[in-house]
Design a protein. Structure first.
Length: 148
């Protein structure tokens, strides 16, 4: 089994990150506004095989763009990326982390997220590109506290 490691995303990772997002059917709209700050990649050798990001809106975070290459799924990479971003949110002193999903509610529930009504998300989160434009209204909103 090939090994992988997590690291902060760099500008050179943009093309690979967009490929991963498109493979996963996730929106890229608005990602350029923050990438690479707050984003991490998992890589095998020099090749990114997963990506995820945390965007800050006031005292809240938005976890977005978690995508793992199909060949690399079920190896704990998504969990490792999520844990890293939740720890980053804790280090930043954020009150809560939000996300939108159309396909991964069960996965994020196992990660400690709970469903919340979209209208109950903080204003900054609701005004983000992800909430306002990129994700459909049918996407499920979830939230949890960061890792202290």
């Amino acid at each position: 089994m090939a090994s992988w490691r997590l690291r902060a995303a760099m500008p050179r990772d943009r093309e690979a990150a967009w490929t991963l997002l498109r493979e996963a059917g996730l929106p890229t709209e608005g990602v350029d506004d923050n990438f690479p700050a707050g984003y991490f990649v998992a890589e095998s050798g020099e090749r990114p095989v997963a990506v995820a990001g945390l965007e800050r809106y006031g005292s809240f975070g938005l976890l977005r763009s978690l995508a793992v290459s199909p060949a690399w799924r079920r190896r704990g990479i998504g969990k490792a990326l999520t844990d890293r971003l939740l720890a980053l949110a804790g280090a930043m002193g954020l009150e809560a982390v939000y996300l939108l999903t159309t396909t991964a509610q069960a996965y994020f529930t196992k990660m400690g997220f709970r469903c919340v009504d979209r209208k109950d998300a903080p204003a900054g989160i609701r005004e983000s590109v992800e909430f306002a434009k990129a994700c459909p209204e049918s996407a499920i909103c979830m939230s949890r506290k960061p890792i202290p």
